[in-house]
Design a protein around this ligand. Structure first.
Ligand SMILES: [Fe+2]
Length: 384
């Protein structure tokens, strides 16, 4: 019997190569007046913004470009964005970039429409009012933030990541254009892709998983399994970039309804102590966590195995272990570092990191319980 479940309605998704040219039309349809175009530094120089800027100039002239979105945005950077929005009397947000630019817009938008301090909204379902009119345009194919109800921020005083989860954060429209991935450097393409794969696999393992989200996750896994290597080798190849861009968005739509698992619980302390790229760290951890979760996931991983087998390869057996090996092979082949020590993690910090990981909310949705000892063991296995 199918257990009761609920699916939140996210943004309308507009998918396809070249669709970024229609961001201006979407902004006009939402009634935006001189919107804030919020991006990562460097995207403008890389030419990624060109079709979006042209579209906005044709339809809602007088947008304000803010290029200071931070990687892993701090609460302070969000206050600066808010000041920019309000001092320019902006009326709408167009967030173009990776998860950081989009998460900055979400958190800023909540302050604009609800007032107060960011920490007032940490946790679930706190803001009363929706963000201003909001369009998301992902440029990394990883976080899925374009369709999620979450914003992850770095609280400078607490020196930790905090999250805001609410339906009020959903964008109105997500424009997913795989041609925007063309200039992605190889290591970011690889890290983002592993983030998307982690979202799909953690969502399917979540205790909140349901047949709807499983359909989204399985399709994301299949698209990544067939196209990961070709995409990272050449992000300009739309035959591979299209499936990867779609996979990231599908995985986002899945996990925003289910929560994640302890890969993310283990990754956040790594960032808090040592920094590093979120998706890359997930990519180091994913196969080891799948092995930990195997006793609860054998049947599901067995169904995943054919989807993850290397295209053109021998195929291998449809076993749960084969799925884990395929994840390890993808990470290896696209250049994910082999160990946590390779990204600078030091053994003397693992006890403190394990304590933090065991406190993560992701433990609540992981298919198996995990305590500090389990977390430490997984970290130790990956020290190389
Ligand atoms: Fe993630």
């Amino acid at each position: 019997m199918i257990k009761p479940f609920q699916i939140a309605s996210g943004p309308r998704v507009r998918f396809g190569s070249g669709e970024a040219a229609f961001v201006g039309e979407e902004a006009a349809a939402l009634g935006m007046k001189h919107p804030m175009l919020l991006t990562d530094p460097g995207l403008s120089a890389a030419g990624v913004l060109t079709p979006i800027v042209e579209g906005l100039e044709n339809t809602v002239p007088g947008h304000h470009l803010f290029e200071q979105a931070e990687t892993n945005p701090s609460d302070e950077s969000i206050l600066r964005a808010r000041e920019f929005y309000e001092s320019n009397d902006c009326g709408g947000m167009v967030a173009v970039g990776g998860g950081s630019a989009i998460d900055t817009a979400k958190a800023m938008g909540i302050l604009v429409t609800n007032g107060g301090k960011l920490s007032d909204y940490y946790g679930a379902d706190k803001p009363a009012n929706r963000v201003p009119p909001f369009i998301t345009v992902p440029t990394t194919a990883g976080t899925g933030s374009e369709v999620t109800r979450a914003s992850i921020v770095t609280d400078v005083v607490r020196q930790s990541k905090a999250s805001i989860h609410s339906d009020t954060l959903y964008a109105d429209v997500a424009v997913v254009d795989p041609s925007l991935l063309a200039t992605l450097p190889r290591r970011f393409a690889a890290g983002a892709l592993m983030d998307a794969l982690t979202h799909a696999i953690e969502s399917i393992g979540s205790l909140q998983s349901n047949p709807w989200t499983e359909a989204l996750s399985m399709q994301a896994i299949a698209l990544i399994g067939r196209n990961a290597r070709a995409f990272v080798d050449n992000p300009t190849d739309l035959a591979a970039a299209g499936p990867i861009a779609l996979a990231a968005t599908l995985a986002g739509a899945s996990f925003t309804n289910t929560g994640l698992g302890i890969v993310h619980g283990l990754t956040h302390p790594v960032f808090n102590f040592f920094g590093g790229h979120h998706g890359t760290t997930n990519g180091i951890l994913l196969a080891a966590v799948m092995t930990f979760n195997l006793p609860a996931m054998r049947e599901t991983y067995t169904r995943m195995a054919p989807l993850l087998a290397e295209p053109g390869g021998p195929g291998g057996s449809a076993s749960a272990e084969a799925a884990i090996e395929s994840v390890r092979a993808i990470a290896h082949d696209i250049g994910i570092p082999p160990s946590l020590s390779a990204i600078g993690v030091k053994e003397e910090y693992l006890d403190r990191m394990a304590i933090d990981a065991a406190k993560s909310a992701t433990v609540q949705t992981n298919p198996l319980p995990a305590d500090e000892k389990d977390m430490k063991k997984i970290y130790m296995e990956l020290m190389g």
